[in-house]
Design a protein around this ligand. Structure first.
Ligand SMILES: Nc1nc2c(c(=O)[nH]1)N[C@H]1C(S)=C(S)[C@@H](COP(=O)(O)O)O[C@H]1N2
Ligand SMILES: [Mo]
Length: 256
């Protein structure tokens, strides 16, 4: 009886804390982070709010010189067509193999959701947008970092081309392996957030995410999703954690 009472009141405290967390954020629609309805993810909300308060929304990360470029280990999935890799997806893995065999000539990036002109873009369509090249430091949550030059199209240009609805708040990215990531509009519209098709002056290598990867320079490495095939603009936060089994429990916002 006694222990049951203890459990009940502890639960009440946790519930109270969780709703307090929600209240803290209520007056701040512009930077409101996703709510998981789960006390275990409360740290996400607090970290997100604190970091968003500290980070000016368009501050640029440092860009380096060519001579600072280091070797970059390929991490996570290095070949979505390889059935032995952890996040292998059979359907998309086979599709990736076919597209790669055709030098990605038939690859398309689909963009839909909260946009007025949904559609799909080929690699040459993307390469017709004004390009941005940036030499930046990639920081992996595993504790290593590396510097490389990335070339691609600012995500903002692509979002403008499909005409994002004013209600849009998040952008989700889907890869050929079983992974997905999402970012908010602050990061999506950031000038250094690019869809990269080039690395160190050459086309993006397979192991680094060919034919197209995201670069979100103000967050840890796992947000920079490789092997993209689909982008969805959305008004509401979607928890993509289920698509990234090993990542359950990883923070959604990992600003650096
Ligand atoms: N599709 C996909 N993207 C991914 C990953 C992955 O496993 N699959 N790993 C992430 C992690 S943890 C890191 S550190 C970087 C590694 O990028 P790199 O291989 O170019 O070094 O990609 C990120 N993007
Ligand atoms: Mo990483």
């Amino acid at each position: 009886m006694k222990s049951q009472h203890v459990i009940t009141s502890r639960r009440a405290i946790i519930t109270g804390l969780a709703s307090g967390g929600g209240l803290l954020l209520a007056g701040c629609a512009q930077t409101e982070p996703p709510t998981y309805g789960n006390v275990l993810r409360m740290a996400d909300n607090l970290t997100y709010r604190m970091q968003r308060l500290l980070l000016p929304s368009h501050a640029l990360v440092k860009e380096y010189d060519r001579r600072d470029i280091t070797s970059v280990p390929a991490n996570g999935t290095t070949d979505p067509a390889d059935p032995h890799q952890e996040a292998y997806n059979e359907k998309n893995g086979l599709l990736y193999q076919q597209l790669r065999d055709g030098q990605f000539g038939r690859w398309r990036l689909r963009i839909d959701g909260s946009v007025s002109r949904p559609g799909s873009l080929s690699l040459s369509d993307l390469q017709r947008f004004p390009a941005r090249t940036q030499i930046t430091k990639h920081t992996c949550e595993e504790g290593w970092s590396a510097i490389a030059e990335w070339t691609g199209v600012p995500l903002r240009s692509v979002l403008d081309a499909v005409s994002t609805q004013p209600s849009a708040r998040f952008v989700s990215f889907y890869a050929f392996d079983d992974t997905a990531e999402s970012i908010d509009m602050i990061d999506a519209l950031h000038p250094q957030t690019i869809l990269a098709y080039g690395m160190n002056g050459r086309e993006l290598p397979i192991a680094h995410g060919a034919p197209l990867r995201l670069r979100v320079e103000r967050q840890l490495g796992y947000k920079s999703l490789k092997f993209l095939h689909h982008i969805v603009v959305s008004d509401r936060f979607e928890d993509l954690g289920k698509l990234s089994e090993p990542r359950n429990g990883w923070a959604w916002y990992v600003g650096i």
